[in-house]
Ligand binder design. Sequence first.
Ligand code: NI
Ligand code: MN
Length: 225
Amino acid sequence: MKITFYGHASLGIEVGGRHIIVDPYISANPKAAHIDIDTLKANYILVTHAHGDHILDVEAIAKRTNAVIISNAEIAGYYGAKGFQSHPMNHGGSWNFDFGKLKYVNAIHSSSFPDGSYGGNSGGFVIEGEHKNVYIAGDTALTMDMKLIPMRTKLDLAILPIGDNFTMDVEDAIIASDFLDCDKILGYHYDTFGYIEINHEESIRKFFDKGKDLMLLEIGDFIEL
Ligand code: NI
Ligand code: MN
C-alpha cells in the first residue's frame, strides 16, 4: 500500500492495484501548487465530510476519471444527483470493494456543504487491504469510539488530524493512538491555514517521548506499507 500526501487532508492511496483519492483540497492550496489534479489517477474518491477543505476538487477529479465517490449517504446522494458515480455508506457499515474492505466510522465534527446543503454526519474510514490496515480519521475530536476500531482491525497506520482548533491537537492525537493501539501515525490537517499551524519538531518529539512515530510528509511525498 502506497500513501501519498497531497497537502491538508488530501491523500492518494494505491492499494490492490487501484487508485484512491481522499478529501481532495489541492487546487486552492498554495502549498500544493506543484500538484496538478489533472494528473492524479482515481478509481475511487473517499470523502470524510462535506466541508470545502475536503471536497474542493472532488467534482473535477470525478468528472475526468469517472471515479466512484464513496461517502456517507447524504454526500453520496448529493454527488449522485449531479450525475457522478457514488456509493453511499453510513457509520458502522463496511463494504468489500475491489481494493479491499472499507468501513465508515464515526468522527466528532460537523458536515455541511459550502452551498449550505446537508452533508450528513462526519466520518472516517478504515481500509483493510493487502494485509495492511489503515485508519483515516477525517476531521475529528478525540473520541472514545476510536477504542472500537482495534477490536475488529489491527492497524498498521493511523492518519490523524493534529492541527488543533478544528480538530484534535497533538496531545489528543497521542491519546487517540493509544485508543487505536497503533504507534505509527501520519499527521495531517495542519499548517494549511493560520488556525492550524504547528511546530513540527516539537510535535514529533511529543510522540517520540511516548514511544510513537509521528510522520509528517512533504506535499507530494509518499510512504509505503
Ligand atoms: Ni471539516
Ligand atoms: Mn477540515
